[in-house]
Design a protein around this ligand. Structure first.
Ligand SMILES: Nc1ncnc2c1ncn2[C@@H]1O[C@H](COP(=O)(O)OP(=O)(O)OP(=O)(O)O)[C@@H](O)[C@H]1O
Length: 235
C-alpha cells in the first residue's frame, strides 16, 4: 500500500503554506515530519484529515496497484492539543468509542486491559476527562486512534507531554504497530525523530523532501537536517 499526495496546495490569504506537494508514503514505515514553527505541519495534517479544505491537489491510497479514495476510517489523527469529551469519564469515553466502532475493531480487549496498556491508573479511570492531565488526555486520544487500526496514522507532536516512561512505552507501541500502515509523526525533537522514524521528511518552503541518510553518521545526519531547516527563512 502507498499513500500518494499529488499537487496538494493551501494558502492563507497572502501566505502559501503548502506548495504543490507531491509525495508517496510507503506501508510499514514511520515518517518523521520536521519543519520550523509555522512551516505547515498541522495544516498538512488538517488537509489530509479533511478538517480543512485544500485549495488544490489530491491524495489517495494505492493498494496492489489499485487506486482508491481515502475514507474517514482510513485515517487516525492524534492532535497536539488533545480534544476529548471532557464531560465523560475515561471509562465512559472508551466504552462509547468501542461501542460505536465494534464492527471494525478486531479482537477487542476489556476496558481495563486498554487502560493497563496505556498505564492509566485504576483510580483515574472513572474520573471525568476534564480532570485528566494534558498527558493523560493525550494518552486517551492516542488509545482510541490506535484501537481503530487506521491505515494512516497522523501524529502531531504526540509524545511531547508524556512522561519519559510512557513516552518510551509509546515509542515501542508505535514501532509494534507500524506494519500494515503508514505513520506520519511530526515533532520538534530531533533525537526522537531519529530514534523512532524510518525516514526523515522535511516540510520546508511548502514542499516535502526526504533527507537521505546515505553513509552519514548520526552527527553528520543531524547537521544536514538542521542546515536544511535553517534555509526556511520565513518560519
Ligand atoms: N486557520 C488559519 N488561518 C490563517 N492562517 C493559518 C491558519 N492555520 C494556519 N495558519 C498559518 O499557516 C502557517 C502554518 O501553520 P501550521 O500550524 O500548519 O504550522 P506548524 O508547522 O504546525 O507549526 P508549529 O511547529 O509551530 O506547530 C502559519 O503561518 C499559520 O499562521
Amino acid at each position: 500500500m502507498n499513500f500518494v499526495i499529488e499537487h496538494l496546495s493551501k494558502r492563507f490569504e497572502l501566505k502559501t503554506v503548502l506548495r504543490d506537494i507531491d509525495f508517496t508514503f510507503q506501508e510499514g514505515k514511520i515518517y518523521g515530519l520536521l519543519g520550523r514553527n509555522g512551516a505547515g505541519k498541522t495544516t498538512l495534517f488538517n488537509c489530509l484529515n479533511r478538517d480543512m479544505k485544500a485549495d488544490g491537489g489530491t491524495f489517495y491510497l494505492e493498494e496492489d496497484g489499485v487506486r482508491r479514495d481515502v475514507a474517514a476510517e482510513d485515517i487516525g489523527y492524534v492532535l497536539s492539543t488533545p480534544t476529548v469529551p471532557e464531560f465523560l469519564t475515561g471509562r465512559e469515553f472508551l466504552k462509547f468509542f468501542l461501542d460505536i466502532n465494534r464492527a471494525s475493531i478486531q479482537s477487542p480487549k476489556s476496558l481495563d486491559e486498554y487502560f493497563d496498556w496505556m498505564s492509566i491508573a485504576p483510580e483515574d479511570r472513572d474520573k471525568l476527562l476534564k480532570d485528566y492531565s494534558h498527558g493523560m488526555k493525550n494518552k486517551m486520544q492516542m488509545l482510541v486512534n490506535i484501537i481503530a487500526q487506521p491505515k494512516i496514522l497522523l501524529l502531531d507532536e504526540p509524545l511531547t507531554s508524556l512522561d519519559v516512561v510512557v513516552a518510551e512505552e509509546m515509542k515501542q507501541l508505535l514501532r509494534s504497530l507500524k506494519d500494515g500502515r503508514i505513520t506520519l509523526f511530526s515533532t520538534h525533537i530531533l533525537d526522537l525523530a531519529l530514534d523512532l522514524c524510518d525516514e526523515i521528511v522535511l516540510l520546508s518552503h511548502g514542499t516535502l523532501e526526504v533527507v537521505e541518510k546515505s553513509n552519514l553518521d548520526d552527527r553528520e545526519f543531524k547537521e544536514r537536517i538542521i542546515a536544511a531547516l535553517k534555509e526556511e527563512t520565513y518560519a
